[in-house]
Design a protein around this ligand. Structure first.
Ligand code: PMP
Length: 306
């Protein structure tokens, strides 16, 4: 289990974790009306750095826009977000890598099912960076639950309530003895996992469902696409059929909490050689090193007080 840290950012300051409480009558609790992101913080002695913080902040703002939360970017900009993350991580003083979960909650009591004009509160907490899936070869199962379409609850918005869809799929996969589930859309095309994006390699080409395939536009997905292109690997974003996974040379997944994790089995079929493949291993190494330091892309932000 990941260890939660004692100081939580709540509202506009740090409080003890036990004081960061949302009311039972708030829209956040009643309707799952919160949007969030999770970003990694690499810790090396006194130096703490966050990965692609500006992109996480932008996605949070975009999730608010999609859902209709209209008070967040009145009060928050990237500088404030970086300051809050710095304050939080400094106070908790982790000695190894952590994740930070930042959430915008709709904190209005008994408003009915509406959102515009409602008050919000921001929370951020820290926990140990423990991957949520095996890193040495995962076994996946296609879910009978379909991915929520853009026309119902948009997957590109990271809305807490939408994660019921992920819970249904993941629990079924675990109950059936698998590590995670593959979501298909209504037409049977591959979307993503319960909390990670999916890639396959066929004939040396890296393929992943495009952003209009009812997926979260994952920040590590974008990172892998950039790194692969830089490494001269042909990259295609397009609709993917389930059976393409059965005949792929490699399948792997990406996500902040999943890392870059190889898949060795899909629906009882062995993927490729049954071992983590060379493209996954090479891009996984590049990704791990970019998380730590990255002069080229400007992806790393030092969490240090000025
Ligand atoms: N898809 C879903 C449904 C997720 O919850 C996540 C985790 N945030 C991802 C993909 C991967 O996104 P990211 O790379 O930004 O962590």
């Amino acid at each position: 289990m990941a260890i939660p840290y004692p100081h939580v950012y709540y509202g506009d300051r740090l409080v003890p974790a036990s004081d960061a409480t949302l009311g039972v009558a708030t829209s956040a609790v009643l309707y799952g009306l919160s949007v969030y992101t999770v970003f990694p913080v690499h810790v090396e002695g006194p130096v703490r750095t966050a990965f692609r913080l500006a992109d996480h902040f932008r996605r949070l703002v975009e999730s608010c826009r999609i859902i209709g939360i209209d008070r967040f970017d009145d009060d928050w900009d990237l500088d404030r977000f970086v300051s809050a993350a710095t304050e939080l991580v400094t106070a908790n003083a982790p000695t190894s890598d952590v994740f930070v979960r930042a959430t915008v909650h709709v904190d209005e009591s008994i408003p009915g099912t509406r959102v515009r004009g409602c008050r919000t509160v921001v929370s951020m907490f820290v926990y140990d960076a423990v991957p949520i899936v095996p890193q040495d070869g995962m076994r996946l199962k296609t879910s009978q639950w379909r991915r929520i379409p853009d026309s119902a609850i948009p997957s590109r918005a990271k809305v807490n309530g939408a994660y019921v869809n992920s819970v249904l799929a993941k629990q079924d996969a675990i109950d059936a003895g698998y590590d995670d589930a593959i979501f298909l859309d209504g037409a049977g095309h591959v979307c993503e996992l319960s909390a990670a994006n999916i890639f396959l390699v066929r004939g040396g080409t890296l393929i992943t469902p495009d952003v209009s395939c009812d997926i979260l536009d994952g920040i590590n997905r974008r990172t892998l696409l950039t790194l692969a292109t830089e490494d001269g690997i042909p990259v295609v974003e397009r609709t993917v059929d389930l059976t393409e996974l059965y005949i792929a040379d490699e399948v792997f997944v990406t996500g902040t909490s999943a890392g870059v994790a190889p898949v060795t089995e899909v629906d009882g079929r062995v993927v490729g050689t049954g071992q983590p493949g060379p493209v996954c291993e090479a891009l996984g190494k590049r990704h791990a090193s970019a998380l730590r330091s990255d002069a080229l892309h400007g992806w790393v932000t030092a969490l240090a007080r000025p």
